[in-house]
Design a protein around this ligand. Structure first.
Ligand code: WTA
Length: 638
């Protein structure tokens, strides 16, 4: 059993233990798992060259810890309760034993298709149980999964496939999303035109829409599994063997493949799930994330399943067929734990409380929030109307890179405060620094959030480029992991995350690099250059504001058409999630004499705060700023 904290003094005691002797603390947690061979040493680490190893020389397979370890206790318990996009379609429930058999069978399919330990497999699939089966089947044979959110464009998918040198892709014909059927296989086909290494695509039939199957390369999932045995002996993995790679956006360049390894990630996701949510064996846990993001990896698949939890997996969207869909699912499946993103809450708040009142939500015990700062109004609405004042909210701060939750209340244990992620979990040693890297000690301070000691779930590298990982996370402040987030520690020592301090914007809980969006806009033939910043958005948290300089040839084009084609360019290069909310055509961008774009100024203008632009004297052409302030804005419908 994973040790669980159940009182505030218990938390303080465990936290203290985890700081005074982290090795002993984590070793004790790791004992709750099944290891084929125990580790020789708990931890080796170096934050300067980034070399971190947990449970050194330990041998295990993470799926044995989900299945074999527990099947005799809860083999007949539902593992995944799948709720389809359209509620009139029957759902699917897979018990642990049924899931185990599907995972073993698909593991055998992967082996038959030449996938070996260490090979990367790309998963580009809708929210169906087979997506989880695919991930776990990879883990079973030691293949490294790279799940790509199925809303990304062919270009983005191709970049990720090529970066990770993927040979096998798992996908579906299409995807149901609200009232729409979205082509998925067609996007894969387009991507694969520029992915010469891929020689096998396994396609799940979901929508039955027409697709082209390339002979010799593409096979149907149902054909591939036919007659394949449902037993498979798990491959032995080293604790530090790669489990998965997951691409995420940063300040510069293309998205990076964040690499997580097996042993530490297992211990960390399982421990944090058990403690933060205080999951009990009869509870039903519903996380609304997509498996394409880290929340789906750590808190739909690995963390809950390692705890033997019943997980509700939802294919659709919050407003289909009605804006009460979440509440309907909670009532139908008697959900006890509900974990969602503030952006979903803010969009549902707009419909008032009547859709909630239509449903019996008395099963709820714990509410969770993830992905972006939750504003006080949304927090209060969630607490009062969804939780009826009876359910603690766990505002969980973490990142793709951290693998699991880092700062969060422990449900029912840590006193909460609206908009505060509250306190670090055991094993998490935070440090707030100023821009020069000096530690800001004591309470009532605000600065950059860093972490000074390793935790088992942390990233180990970025795929194919270790130096980039060091430069991105460990070089800004020597010897520290820099999160990219701003933070405040208040008078009570509670942490409030203030949002990104780098060039990353968080749109509806999705991370996007401003440089990435600029590159997409710049791919348009009429664009000379562009600058993208975030601005506060009532529902999305942050919206995307693009300043665009057009070529003289644009004069002969209809501005509306240009706007549409700019949006199309972004959709093509990244995907619809990156479409700007506002576009302003400008004759030039404010730049320093050395040619650097002054984003600080553009951010202020985008926020509608042009009165406090600060020092503009270093600008090459200060006149440009006045022109931008007075300029017309092309609003883009969201
Ligand atoms: C933001 C998502 C405030 C933060 C798990 C972080 C949050 C980025 C919270 C990581 C929260 C996530 N409060 N901000 N509870 N959770 N963030 O990698 O800016 O998609 O750096 O991981 O989301 O986003 P990612």
């Amino acid at each position: 059993m994973i040790p669980k904290i159940n009182t505030l003094s218990g938390y303080l005691y465990e936290y203290q233990k985890s700081v005074t002797n982290p090795e002993a603390f984590w070793e004790n947690i790791a004992q709750s798992f099944y290891w084929r061979k125990k580790w020789d040493k708990v931890l080796e680490w170096d934050f300067v060259n980034l070399d971190v190893k947990w449970f050194v020389n330990g041998k295990l397979n993470i799926t044995e810890n989900i299945f074999e370890k527990n099947l005799f206790i809860f083999g007949d318990k539902p593992a995944i309760v799948w709720e389809p996009n359209n509620p009139s379609e029957p759902g699917v429930t897979l018990t642990y034993r049924q899931l185990y058999e599907k995972v073993c069978q698909f593991a055998n399919v992967l082996v038959q298709n030449g996938v070996k330990k260490g090979d990367r497999v790309c998963i580009y699939m809708p929210m169906v149980p087979e997506a989880a089966v695919a991930m776990l089947a990879c883990a079973r044979i030691g293949a490294v999964h790279s799940v790509v959110f199925a809303g990304f464009s062919a270009n983005s998918l191709a970049d990720r496939i090529n970066d990770a040198e993927v040979r096998v892709v798992l996908t579906s014909d299409g995807n149901f999303r609200g009232p729409k059927s979205i082509p998925v296989k067609a996007v894969v086909d387009e991507a694969l035109e520029s992915c010469p290494l891929v020689d096998r695509v396994i396609v799940l039939k979901r929508t039955s829409m027409a697709v082209t199957m390339k002979p010799g390369r593409d096979v149907w999932w149902h054909d591939a599994v036919r007659g394949v045995p449902a037993d498979n002996k798990a491959t032995e993995m080293d604790a530090e063997d790669n489990l998965f790679v997951l691409y995420t956006s940063g300040s510069t360049g293309k998205p990076k493949g964040v690499v997580h390894t097996t042993g530490g990630y297992m211990v960390y996701t399982a421990y944090t799930f058990a403690n933060v949510f205080q999951y009990d064996s009869d509870d039903v846990y519903f996380c609304t994330a997509d498996v394409g993001w880290v929340t789906g990896h750590s808190y739909i698949v690995y963390g809950p399943l390692l705890n033997g939890a019943t997980v509700v997996m939802f294919e659709g969207v919050p407003n289909y067929p009605g804006v009460d869909r979440f509440w309907d699912i909670i009532e139908k499946h008697k959900v006890t734990h509900f974990y969602t993103a503030p952006t979903a809450l803010r969009s549902l708040m707009g419909y008032g409380t009547e859709p909630i009142e239509r449903h019996d939500l008395r099963s709820l015990k714990v509410l969770g929030s993830v992905g972006e700062p939750i504003n006080e109004e949304a927090w209060q609405w969630y607490y009062t109307h969804v939780g009826k004042g009876n359910c603690p909210i766990v505002d969980t701060w973490w990142q793709t890179e951290t693998g699991g939750i880092m700062v969060s209340p422990i449900a029912g244990v840590t006193p909460t405060k609206p908009a505060y992620a509250t306190l670090p979990l055991p094993g998490v040693q935070l440090m707030i620094v100023d821009n020069e890297g000096n530690e800001l000690k004591g309470n009532n301070v605000e600065g950059n959030l860093c972490i000074k000691f390793p935790w088992p779930g942390m990233l180990r590298t970025t795929y194919g480029d270790h130096q980039r990982c060091i430069n991105t996370y460990f070089a800004t402040y020597k010897g520290l992991y820099f999160t990219g987030d701003g933070v405040k520690r208040d008078a009570d020592g509670y942490y409030r995350i203030l949002g990104r301090v780098d060039d990353v914007i968080n749109v509806s809980g999705h991370r996007l690099g401003t440089a990435e969006v600029e590159n997409a806009i710049n791919s348009h033939p009429l664009v000379l250059e562009s600058a993208v910043v975030g601005f506060p958005h009532d529902v999305k948290g942050q919206g995307i504001y693009a300043y665009v300089v057009l070529d003289a040839a644009s004069k002969t084009h209809d501005p509306e058409k240009i706007k549409d084609s700019l949006l199309a360019a972004v959709t093509k290069v990244i995907g619809p999630i990156a479409k700007p909310d506002k576009i302003q055509v400008v004759s030039g961008l404010p730049k320093t004499r050395s040619g650097k774009i002054m984003r600080r100024i553009l951010r202020k203008i985008a926020e509608g705060d042009a009165t406090s632009l600060g020092d503009t004297s270093t600008l090459l052409d200060p006149g440009v700023v006045q022109e931008i302030i007075g300029g017309a804005l092309v609003r883009v419908k969201a």
